[in-house]
Design a binder for this molecule. Structure first.
Ligand SMILES: [Zn+2]
Length: 309
């Protein structure tokens, strides 16, 4: 009895040993599982269709004190000198009629305006050159901000929609989507994914609507399209996470969303795997307060166009 039972037991041990060796070998073939898990976790935090909970709204004020000294963060919140003249440029692409406006861009002033004049920032020519050959050395030298390896998620209340590449169907299938789409409510805050210099903020690039382009110290640039209004102007230096404007649907767009592009030199890149995890609750709160200050400063602007967007 004991002999006849030990044979299948030994056979079972051999099978288990072989199986565990096979699993070990398989595991060794998978590249950097920890790195992949990190990537997946980062992406999952943006793909899920959940608006970021404002850190302030539901929490107990006693357990959620105001950040110790928010003042330094607001040093770059500038009092606006009014808005640029309202322009609505309309066109047709195929059977589609669209308008790159109404233009809602604050008027440049001070040191930033002088820098923009000197470097010809904010012009369609500069935008075209940036796309065709990348930034000049002179332009890069004007970027006075550190570059971070990761990209901050640009729309706190948005989630990842259409991805990068040949993702369209139908008549536009041959056209590469040069960025990612982030659907969000109209008026939602759009943030700079990294510190940098605003090299374009206007509505003169066909299809993009109100558009902000930020050049970063590592020679990459990011573009934020279809905005309802921008809160920045060409020549301004922005910090990582600074509010750039509001989600809208200006230009060639069907519904409110941010079309976000990330370029290295003269090539559009897929930003998806480079997004950082969402900011901590304290950092989120600081960014929200800063954005609110800027929104209020802009609301006091002398020439404010009527809101029909
Ligand atoms: Zn898009």
């Amino acid at each position: 009895m004991s002999d006849s039972a030990s044979v299948p037991r030994r056979a079972l041990q051999v099978v288990v040993l072989a199986l565990s060796m096979a699993i070990g070998a398989l595991a060794a073939c998978i590249p950097r599982p920890a790195a992949l898990a990190g990537q997946a976790r980062r992406l999952a935090s943006h793909v899920r269709a959940r608006p970021a909970t404002p850190a302030t709204s539901h929490s107990d004020p006693r357990s959620d004190p105001t950040p110790a000294d928010p003042t330094p963060a607001f040093a770059n919140v500038l009092a606006p000198h009014g808005w640029m003249d309202e322009v609505r440029r309309c066109g047709r692409r195929g059977r589609r009629f669209f308008c790159d406006g109404p233009r809602r861009v604050p008027r440049a002033f001070g040191e930033a305006a002088r820098l923009a004049d000197r470097l010809r920032l904010g012009t369609p020519e500069l935008f075209g050159r940036l796309r065709a050959v990348g930034p000049s050395e002179e332009l890069l030298a004007a970027v006075d901000a550190p570059a971070d390896d990761t990209l901050l998620w640009p729309v706190p209340s948005g989630f990842l929609g259409r991805g990068f590449g040949f993702v369209r169907r139908g008549p536009l299938a041959h056209r590469r989507h040069k960025g990612v789409d982030i659907p969000a409510p109209r008026g939602a805050e759009v943030r700079s994914t990294n510190a940098g210099l605003v090299v374009y903020a206007d509505n003169g690039i066909e299809g993009y609507g109100n558009l902000v382009v930020v050049l970063h110290a590592d020679a990459t640039h990011t573009a934020y399209a279809h905005l309802r209004e921008t809160w920045v102007f060409a020549g301004e230096t922005v910090t990582r996470g600074q509010g750039l404007g509001e989600v809208g649907t200006t230009g060639l767009s069907y519904a409110p969303h941010l079309h976000f592009e990330w370029w290295r030199r003269a090539l559009p890149k897929n930003p998806t795997r480079h997004f950082a995890e969402r900011p901590s609750a304290a950092e989120e709160r600081r960014l929200q307060i800063e954005a609110q200050r800027r929104r209020e400063a802009l609301a006091r602007a002398t020439v404010r166009p009527s809101r029909d967007g």
